[in-house]
Write a protein of this length. Structure first.
Length: 136
């Protein structure tokens, strides 16, 4: 699997257009398109910028050569990122609990109880849709 293919999978997996990717990387759309189509060699600094943008591991990104393995890697990272986001949100709320009144906390508890199950279902749906898109 060439680097350009990885870039395309990564972009599509994250629902970005080529313009959005080019903007995030501070480059022209045509230049980004050239990267995706392997018309130019991508330099190490640019690869580093891309993996950092998506929270990927540089060594994993560069060593994976198989398309299916890369898809599995992205799905695995997506699942881990969703779990980390949940932990981060919980940590932020726990750290900020002194800023809330008792009424606020009761309201949040009721909302959390009501929406916890729906949130888990939505996270699973997103995961399944991303997997289907990659299996495609």
């Amino acid at each position: 699997m060439k680097t350009g293919e990885k870039l395309r999978f990564l972009r599509q997996f994250n629902d970005f257009s080529q313009k959005q990717m080019a903007d995030k990387l501070n480059m022209e759309v045509r230049s980004y398109n050239n990267l995706e189509n392997d018309r130019v060699k991508i330099d190490f600094t640019r690869i580093e910028q891309i993996v950092n943008l998506f929270g990927l591991d540089l060594s994993e990104f560069t060593k994976i050569k198989d398309t299916e393995e890369f898809k599995r890697y992205l799905l695995s990272k997506s699942q881990k990122n969703m779990e980390a986001d949940k932990v981060g949100m919980k940590t932020d709320l726990l750290n900020d609990h002194n800023k809330f009144s008792d009424t606020d906390l009761d309201t949040v508890r009721k909302l959390a109880a009501t929406y916890n199950e729906q949130t888990q279902v939505i996270a699973q749906i997103i995961f399944i849709l991303n997997r289907r898109r990659l299996e495609g």
